[in-house]
Design a protein around this ligand. Structure first.
Ligand code: FE2
Ligand code: FE2
Length: 258
């Protein structure tokens, strides 16, 4: 796989705003790592035999990734309606495409694992905390609260997905690993966008910072419960859990509050 051509976190905020919020950048970014893949993994990557118990655990985890990606898809789509300008709407439309693709490759992975009806399976296995988180993101969107909605979606949810997918990829079977590694490359771009937008807003208006701390305080317990559930399913050890927490916190720390 080829990396994203330019590392978005290394760009200065203004360069980020100029370059990243376009389909030109998006196309260049994704074609490098989507070429040659079939539903997120190379066609020749083998399916590895696993025990019934391990397969069942993987299905539960993938179902919940589908819940997270559905939230991200609906959140990104909703954010387009309340975005403050056209450049931002264009970026969010690239993000919505990414999230739809993430959902598609994860559903396809469930089919490969023998799940006959992914829609029903996702509904049965969905984690309550993650469903509550999804509701809160959509509440923020519906109320037109751009800063809170963008923070919940593009910093908290995206960082949670980025951290979990990256960790899970290290221990997953080869097909699942390739699917997750592809998704992580997009999530990094989405987090970069959220940080860039909110960083500028916080510099312009001190009240935004206070508002976002409240959002974080409210959503933290849902994030923690979701993390714990997933970590249990993928048998993460204590060191992994600490690393995961650190990865997640680094995103909010980059915004200037921990
Ligand atoms: Fe995603
Ligand atoms: Fe994303």
């Amino acid at each position: 796989m080829v990396d994203t051509p330019r590392e978005v976190h290394d760009l200065e905020p203004e360069a980020f705003r100029r370059e990243v919020r376009s389909f030109e950048f998006w196309f260049e970014a994704v074609r490098g790592y989507l070429d040659g893949l079939h539903y997120g993994h190379r066609p020749e990557t083998p399916e590895v035999e696993s025990s019934d118990e391990d397969r069942d655990r993987l299905i539960t985890v993938l179902c919940n990734y589908c819940v997270g990606e559905t939230a991200a898809l609906e959140g990104a789509g909703g954010l387009i309606q309340i975005a403050p300008n056209r450049a931002t709407k264009v970026f969010l439309s690239t993000q919505a495409v990414d999230e739809g693709r993430h959902l598609e490759v994860l559903i396809h992975r469930l089919l490969e694992l023998g799940v006959a009806n992914p829609e029903e399976e996702i509904a049965c296995r969905a984690n309550r905390s993650l469903m509550d988180f999804r509701s809160r993101v959509l509440d923020f969107v519906r109320s037109g609260d751009w800063s809170s909605a963008l923070f919940a979606q593009n910093v908290i949810l995206e960082s949670m997905e980025f951290s979990v997918f990256q960790m899970h990829a290290q221990r997953a079977d080869p097909r699942t690993r390739e699917v997750l590694q592809g998704i992580v490359k997009d999530e990094r771009r989405h987090i970069g966008f959220g940080e860039n937008e909110l960083g500028a807003r916080m510099r312009d208006d001190a009240r935004v910072r206070v508002q976002l701390i409240d959002v974080r305080d409210e959503l933290d317990s849902l994030v923690l419960e979701t993390f714990q559930e997933t970590m249990n399913q993928i048998h993460a050890d204590r060191a992994d859990r600490i690393e995961l927490g650190r990865d997640y916190l680094s995103a909010v720390e980059r915004l200037g509050f921990a």
